[in-house]
Write a protein that binds this ligand. Structure first.
Ligand code: C2E
Ligand code: CA
Ligand code: CA
Ligand code: CA
Length: 279
């Protein structure tokens, strides 16, 4: 048994070494990617369930890897967060989204609100609201064109004063969305005192909406709560017509998901914005 235990241990450390080796490689590669500017933003439209209008987009980061092609953020965002690289990359995301907004404005496309995801690490910079305001002002676009998506769990984190951070953004005319709503430690009592413009119903609720009456009741409650707080409610991960119809019946304002559009590069967004309505 003793012998076995030792073998297990050896196996385990070997496995761990392989894993941390992989992490190190990824970290090195990401440092190189930051310098080489290999990130791009794709944009996913949010469709107004009442009118079909398309006036809001979420910016989602992609890594255009020279050998492995376009990589989704699930693989590299955690490493960016662990290494602190999320700070420069997160700032780049804001700059790039704002630059794109200014280009679309220059093209005289109908005005659009772009939502950008922020990580908790980015709040280590106490002046993040000021920094974002400066970026927006320099680009000559109204601050309300930018919405900052913050997950419910980030809002509740001990690491920073979530309320203070949101107020700082809101005071500068920037919009705030609570992302993945309903999945974190309950922020309900807290939410009442916060300047939030948008609640995003987490994908997991949307996928269970049809099969599970309890989920449907929760989604209905989130929508009512959102409206009572003066928020727009966006459902994420909408994949079927049944989900879309159900959300519409519940009074949900906007829907985002593969049923409508996948995240796509800016040049594919332009004709959609030009088109205006998508009922
Ligand atoms: P999220 O903010 O919850 O973004 C929504 C994710 O759902 C996106 O995945 C989107 O492509 C995906 N999605 C959209 N519609 C559907 C659908 O109908 N079905 C399904 N199954 N999925 C759908 P993506 O682009 O892979 O991003 C994953 C996560 O990575 C995001 O989740 C967000 O937490 C993070 N992320 C993305 N971009 C950034 C960024 O610029 N900064 C930071 N800090 N995080 C980012
Ligand atoms: Ca998001
Ligand atoms: Ca989300
Ligand atoms: Ca999510």
């Amino acid at each position: 048994a003793k012998e076995n235990g030792r073998n297990d241990f050896q196996y385990y450390t070997k496995e761990m070494n392989a894993q941390s080796h992989e992490m190190l490689n990824l970290e090195e590669e990401l440092r190189r990617a930051v310098k080489a500017g290999e990130f791009v933003l794709h944009y996913q439209p949010q469709v107004d369930l009442q009118t079909g209008a398309l006036s809001r987009l979420e910016a989602l980061i992609r890594w255009q890897h020279p050998e492995r092609g376009m990589l989704a953020p699930g693989t590299f965002i955690p490493v960016l967060e662990e290494t602190g690289l999320i700070e420069p990359v997160g700032e780049w995301v804001v700059r790039e989204a704002v630059r794109q907004c200014a280009v679309w404005k220059e093209m005289e496309l109908p005005p659009v609100t772009v939502a950008v995801n922020l990580s908790v690490r980015q709040f280590a910079n106490l002046n993040i609201a000021e920094a974002i305001e400066r970026i927006v002002t320099e680009a000559g676009i109204p601050p309300a064109c930018l919405e900052l998506e913050i997950t419910e769990s980030v809002l509740m984190a001990d690491a920073f004063d979530g309320a203070e951070a949101l107020r700082a953004l809101s005071q500068r005319g920037l919009r705030v969305a609570v992302d993945d709503f309903g999945t974190g430690y309950c922020a309900l009592h807290y939410l009442r005192r916060l300047p939030v413009n948008t609640l995003k119903v987490d994908h997991s609720f949307v996928s269970d909406l049809e099969g599970d009456p309890t989920t449907a009741a929760i989604v209905s409650a989130i929508i009512t709560l959102g409206h009572d707080l003066g928020c727009k409610v966006v459902a994420e991960g909408v994949e079927t017509l049944a989900q879309c119809n159900h959300l519409h019946r519940l009074g949900c304002d906007l829907a985002q998901g593969y049923l409508y559009y996948r995240p796509c590069p800016p040049e594919e967004i332009e004709p959609l914005l030009q088109g205006g309505n998508h009922g």
